[in-house]
Design a protein around this ligand. Structure first.
Ligand code: HEC
Length: 151
């Protein structure tokens, strides 16, 4: 397990620079599709955790750990899709996304930080911790949508 993780880390380090370059070169309409797809998947994995915390679905710590881990990884993926080249594409991203770039980046980093917290407590099977961390994630989604997504 440990060796496998290490091997993955080395691979990610080796590929990191190159793959980011490749993504930046994707066509603008493809970048929009990709970022929307990541957003859709974030909703997919966040929703059931919310449902469990509300009591709509029975709480399952294994599902919460898996979903939160997916979410933590997904939270790092959409941002290079908001490239300036996509400004003219049809999408729900407001124009400010491409002018307020420092604030948009800060909102993205807030989500990364909040999902990392949620992932850690979820993997520790700490339900009270999940309950406490969930709000921070939901708030990070909502705050960015209020500022940068068309209704
Ligand atoms: C830093 C800003 C930001 C954060 C944080 C953020 N989003 Fe988004 N989201 C956007 C923007 C901008 C769009 C519109 C993108 C587009 O249309 O190209 C969007 C679109 C979406 C969509 C619609 C996708 C589609 O197919 O049109 C969903 C679903 C979504 N977000 C879910 C989430 C969830 C769930 C979270 C939190 C886990 C989240 N987002 C966090 C900025 C953000």
């Amino acid at each position: 397990m440990r060796t496998k993780l290490l091997a993955t880390a080395v691979m990610v380090a080796a590929l990191g620079g190159a793959s980011l370059e490749a993504m930046a070169q994707a066509k603008p309409d493809v970048l929009v599709k990709q970022r929307q797809a990541v957003m859709t998947l974030q909703g997919k994995y966040l929703g059931p955790i919310g449902g469990m915390l509300k009591g709509n679905i029975p709480y399952n710590a294994d599902v919460v750990a898996l979903n939160a881990t997916f979410l933590e990884n997904l939270a790092r993926m959409p941002w290079d899709g908001f490239d300036a080249s996509t400004k003219g594409e049809k999408s729900k991203a407001k124009a400010e996304t491409f002018t307020d770039t420092a604030k948009f980046k800060a909102a993205a980093e807030t989500l990364e930080a909040e999902t990392a917290k949620l992932g850690a407590v979820a993997r520790a099977k700490n339900e009270a911790g999940v309950r406490a961390a969930f709000g921070g994630v939901a708030k990070a989604c909502g705050a960015c949508h209020d500022a940068y997504r068309e209704k």
